[in-house]
Design a protein around this ligand. Structure first.
Ligand code: BJW
Ligand code: ZN
Length: 251
């Protein structure tokens, strides 16, 4: 069922009100209204910076200063941004549901909004790690650093994010899969669903009997095997959804 955000089907609200465990699986679209560019849209990061080439280990080792500069640029945008109404609505859902957030985003905005249970599939840009000994650096990233610093072991330090061809952080995908298999309803919010293995998660929820709902501004990114599609910005759709279910829960 495809619906504009303003008209959320009563059937969806009823099913949501009967749910106990819900999953929000988010992509860069959920942070777009915070001013953080998505990866593949018209203003996407890929278009301006050819990030597909930048987001891999070989590029970093070939040209560490350039890749580092690209991450520093994004860190500045993220540092200056705030969680938006979509992030905050996801926190509100914790009032009535057992909520797991599975995010492909590295921007930390779900944590900053106050979500209690966040699984980060692609790492977190606010951390660094050593390319050799793997030490993690969680302190404040120095935004003025024009070049990647070096670890005590002598090797280059890189952002603690998952690049193409790299494994996801140990155990995180497995936990995400378990949450998808156990949930009653899954919201797939602001992702093009083209990056694997993350893109397999909605199917894991579907085949375990969950109701899967796509929330996206672009109908082309709606997968037709999903039960509902709410077309609109996550910062509009998610608060509207929360207000509707709140009425059922409170009265
Ligand atoms: C809105 C909105 C609003 C806008 N409201 N909506 C199986 C098949 C084919 C390939 C593979 C496969 N398995 C693995 C691969 C290879 C590869 C892969 O997936 N390639 C494909 C691209 C073809 N995967 C990997 O390499 C992964 N690792 C892996 O598989 O390990 C095993 C292995 C090891 C060794 C060798 C081989 C395999 C790792 C993937 C890591 C992805 N990393 C990135 C960069 C992170 C660091 C950084 O930030 O720089 O993660 S790529 C980038 O894409 C980033 C994102 O998390 C990810 C997903 O993008 P997202 O969020 O969906 O953004 P967009 O822009 O695509 O979409 C935005 C959406 O929002 C759109 O739909 C808009 O309409 C919507 N929107 N505003 C609501 N307001
Ligand atoms: Zn080191």
């Amino acid at each position: 069922m495809i619906t504009e955000a303003a008209v959320i089907p009563g059937e969806l609200i009823d099913k949501l009100a009967d749910s106990r465990k819900i999953v929000f699986f988010t992509g860069s679209g959920v942070s777009a209204e915070s001013g953080i560019p998505t990866f593949r849209g018209d203003d996407g990061l890929w278009k301006k910076f050819s990030a597909q080439e930048l987001a891999n280990f070989d590029s970093f080792m070939r040209n560490p200063d350039m890749v580092w500069e690209w991450y520093q640029y994004r860190r500045r945008i993220i540092h200056d941004s705030e969680p938006n109404a979509g992030h905050r609505a996801i926190v509100d859902f914790e009032k009535y549901f057992d909520v797991t957030v599975i995010t492909q985003n590295v921007d930390d905005l779900h944590h900053r909004a106050g979500s209690s249970h966040v699984l980060e599939l692609h790492g977190n840009i606010t951390r660094n790690k050593c390319t050799q000994c793997g030490e993690i650096f969680t302190g404040e990233v120095r935004l003025e650093d024009r070049k990647p610093p070096r670890c005590a072991c002598g090797a280059l330090i890189r952002p603690d994010v998952v690049w193409f061809g790299e494994n996801l952080p140990e155990g995180v995908y497995e936990k995400a899969e378990e949450s998808c298999e156990a949930c009653d309803m899954m919201f797939v919010v602001g992702t093009s669903g083209v990056v694997y293995p993350a893109a397999l998660l909605p199917s894991a929820a579907l085949s375990s009997g969950a109701i899967v709902v796509d929330v996206n501004i672009d109908e082309e990114d709606h997968q037709h095997n999903r039960r509902f599609f709410l077309k609109g910005r996550s910062g509009d759709v998610l608060p509207a959804l929360f207000e509707r279910v709140k009425i059922l829960k409170e009265y």
